[in-house]
Write a protein that binds this ligand. Sequence first.
Ligand code: AKG
Length: 331
Amino acid sequence: MKTAKKYFQEYGFWVLNKVYPRKQIKSVCQRIMIDIKKCANELNCSLEDYLTNVSRWLNPSPITASIDQLVETSLKQIASDFIGEEVNLSKFSIISKSAYANTPVPCHQDIAYSKEAPYEFSLWLPLDKVTLEGGVLQLLPGSHLSEIEPAVDFWQPDFIDNMYLSPYWQQNFISLPVRAGDAIVFDSRIWHRSAANRSGRNRFAIVTRWSQINYSPSCKIPEKIPANFGMWTCGALTESILRQGLSECFQLKITSDLENYIRLWQEKLNKVKQLPFLIEVEQAQQALNNLWILHKAVQLHNGGDAQGVVYSNLWRSLLEPLSRWLEKSKA
Ligand SMILES: O=C(O)CCC(=O)C(=O)O
């Protein structure tokens, strides 16, 4: 393990081959699929609609329950053996890049998102074969030794992945295609992304975060810079715009919760012949329905949107034209 550890320290990552037998991985994957179908049923939506909008489940969740023991015992052992010291689990999730939600996760440094509870490294264990076309993990070797930049808010509707477009990334990144049951260990400071999945097949991964017992980061972690409508602001802003819209467009002066605002907007869009602002009603309906699925999955399944598409689609199809109209009508 000495060479591997040295390589990891120098370049910020390492690939462990065949840490799990394929047969065992296959049965883990089948179990997860059964649980995802149950969650979709619970929301009365199709598997396709569920996986279009929900692409991450943070433990504890009905989707991660079946692998809790596997993570706490054998993955912990693998992570500890690799580092050469006992490590503690910070958190773990299952991330999907399915045929239904297949877009890239933009370039980012994990540690920038966890200033309050930083962790040292990840062990990323794919449950499916990951080809170059199939949502492959890509990273910038050695970039864990550079400064940490503020967390990238890739939920912004007009987000441009400047790191991905930069010569630094384009000339130096590497892709890590792996087999189901291999594992990629990467430093929480390294720049990385996952590419689009054009394989037409699902790609699930168990993503576990670890630290050595006395870990404390040696780098400075900058404060996040929330965008006007992005990862840290879109929830509250969506509620507020939908509530104001109900009040100003339909004289429905209620204070309720997101679920109710979504339902009322769906009813209004179904019935009302003309709105005071221009939208594609069908797209707005679809985006509201997608947000409802994500919102229920957040509440019931500890789910999330790893690719940041649900809120930004609602922004484009409804919230932006509505908020412009609200501003005009206030002026
Ligand atoms: O699994 C993925 O698609 C993205 C993983 C990732 O970026 C991470 O674990 O930090």
